[in-house]
Design a protein around this ligand. Structure first.
Ligand SMILES: O=c1ccn([C@H]2C[C@H](O)[C@@H](COP(=O)(O)OP(=O)(O)OP(=O)(O)O)O2)c(=O)[nH]1
Length: 161
């Protein structure tokens, strides 16, 4: 997986959004952090993995993938804010349940916010990829869905979203 290509695309998109909203030079780490937590919550909601009280089925894979790539955008963007990058590594499959994996990602978000080191960034990134795998998303799915949403994000900016 060529994450460096996605980092470059994210950097360009972030700059475009910032200039469109007159945010150049402003520190928007806190906003992006909260945005990531919200996206994670939205993703968890679509999987319904924690809804032990309900029998309603989860959303289809396309919806889950769309929510998942919004999270990828903000994880890339938070790394860029801190001058960090993630390089592909051999991934270990998680033995956790989906719910446990979501909770691990939330924990690692908090750790990264409080101590934005390269090590904590790698741990967050790997945990999020593991979550994707648990949800049945391949790295190819992720890359293609990212490219699609990246383009939509430009279109939305151009439409005064
Ligand atoms: O600096 C930024 C700000 C936003 N985004 C992207 C990430 C994500 O892909 C999208 C925001 O999520 P979404 O499309 O769900 O936006 P929303 O405003 O929450 O959507 P809705 O109006 O449907 O609730 O914008 C970035 O990449 N960089």
């Amino acid at each position: 997986m060529d994450w460096s290509r996605l980092f470059t695309m994210q950097k360009n998109l972030d700059s475009y959004i910032e200039s469109n909203h007159n945010l150049e030079g402003k520190n928007i780490f806190q906003e992006k952090y909260l945005a990531l937590l919200v996206e994670l919550g939205e993703l968890a909601n679509e999987t319904r993995c924690f809804k032990f009280w309900s029998n309603k089925p989860r959303s289809n894979e396309e919806v889950i993938l769309e929510e998942y790539v919004d999270g990828i955008h903000f994880i890339l963007s938070l790394g860029i804010e801190k001058g960090l990058i993630f390089h592909s590594e051999v991934q270990v499959l998680s033995s956790k349940s989906e719910t446990e994996q979501f909770n691990e990602v939330f924990d690692l978000c908090v750790m990264f916010k409080n101590q934005p080191s390269q090590e904590n960034y790698n741990r967050l990134f790997i945990s999020y990829i593991q979550l994707g795998k648990l949800l049945g998303l391949s790295e190819e799915d992720l890359q293609n869905a990212y490219l699609k949403k990246n383009e939509i994000n430009y279109e939305r900016q151009n439409q005064g979203y």
